[in-house]
Design a protein around this ligand. Sequence first.
Ligand code: FPP
Length: 260
Amino acid sequence: MPAASPSAQSLSPGPVLPVHVAIIMDGNGRWAKQRGLPRIEGHRRGVETVRAITHAMRELGIRYLTLYAFSVENWNRPPDEVRALMGLLEYFLKRETRNLVKDRVRLLAIGRTQELPAVVRTQLEAAIQATAKFTDHTLVLALNYGARTEVVDAARAYAAAVAAGREKLNDGSWATFSRYLYTADIPDPDLIIRTSGETRVSNFLLLQGAYAEFIFSPVLWPDFTKTEFAAACAEFGRRERRYGLTSEQLKPVRAAAATK
Ligand code: FPP
């Protein structure tokens, strides 16, 4: 079994939808600045886009959507902005849980969520619990998330499991270790989108995104629409994912997949 093998879906003929799309929502501050508004107005409009793209996930048939809502580095922003972002998060969770239930979307969170303010944690836990039984679509919020922090947390948990005799050090493999990441039960992202024209990964899903396709959109997050989201998913369908193999090697594999 190779370390990463193409999934049945990635080999199927015809247009291929990403199973999991992850988004670095960037550009809220610039959107506000262009209009002479305070940065928080950009974040407020950003929440509207979160709502619209969550709907689009269902309409397009995307199963997993991960949104980078607050990074471990974001605590270093001006205190007013951090407070406002936490307030928006609380407001979103309070207001949106009913819609997530109506739309049968499960909510999950990745990151050091235990360090979020208690009011946010309470709303988050309530929303996760209220939507836990849904299986068709999952919205994952990356909150107080950083890929390097995630690796440290996973290494600690793995070391503790080895010390307790639940894991054997010699059996160490990616399949085993990855079960200790925040994303243990979430498939790797197929497509990572970053808005606002910036072309960085910014400590987001560094390991899970090892074979992801990247699309960098010039559109600022508050202006990002379902049309742009659908266009990115369509562009993904035109890309050839080779998983370290050559195009020639993949031809017979794809032909075999097409006859299944
Ligand atoms: C980056 O834009 C955006 C963030 C750091 C926060 C994203 C948060 C939201 C969209 C709202 C809260 C989220 C949810 C899920 C309710 P930036 O401020 O870095 O923009 P800039 O680079 O133009 O300054």
